[in-house]
Design a binder for this molecule. Structure first.
Ligand code: RP5
Length: 176
């Protein structure tokens, strides 16, 4: 099945434009994998009606997954997840109003039964992009192969580093 179109398949939303610095990593990954996406600000607290509209229209607009990032009292990912049947990936952002990021991590992670949000690590929007791409790749062979190639590259990079350590003289009996 090839589900790729030029219409956005992934929606990236964030509570404020001050989150863009973090959230742009998700956009960069999706670009790298050739997955069409859109990106905008949707604030759970400051634009609640926009949040409800965005989430409730997401599926009919053709989005397959939403990546939502927010800092502090981060209610955006969970509230979006409550309003749409499509999967939501949450990115906790360490923002200016955040206590070390823990507030955001826990707000996004500790969802009640029935409304899951796939929460990545603090500021880890790159992983959110990879996870969204994997979800698309589960149904699209071409994207699935790109994800597999990406992971093979990660492995080769580590194997090169292992060789380099040996060349630099570090004893390694395991890889003799
Ligand atoms: C959150 O408050 C946003 O997601 C952002 O991380 C944080 C700060 O927002 P600004 O005051 O910079 O607009 O809702």
């Amino acid at each position: 099945m090839n589900i790729l179109t030029t219409d956005p398949l992934v929606g990236i939303v964030m509570g404020s434009d001050s989150d863009l610095n973090v959230m742009q990593d998700a956009a960069a990954v999706l670009k790298e994998f050739g997955i069409p996406f859109e990106l905008t600000v949707v604030s759970a607290h400051r634009t609640p009606l926009r949040m409800m509209e965005y989430a409730s229209q997401a599926k009919e607009r053709g989005l397959k997954v939403i990546i939502a990032g927010a800092g502090g009292a981060a209610h955006l990912p969970g509230m979006i997840a409550s309003l749409t049947p499509i999967p939501v990936i949450g990115v906790p952002v360490k923002s200016s109003n955040s206590i070390d990021g823990w507030d955001s991590v826990l707000s996004i992670l500790q969802m009640p039964n029935g409304i899951p949000v796939a929460t990545v690590a603090l500021n880890a929007s790159k992983n959110a992009g990879i996870l969204a791409a994997s979800m698309i790749g589960a149904f699209d062979e071409e994207i699935g192969e790109r994800i597999a190639a990406y992971k093979r590259n990660l492995e080769s990079a580590v194997l090169r580093k292992i060789d380099k350590l040996k060349e630099d003289g570090w004893r390694n009996e395991f890889d003799r």
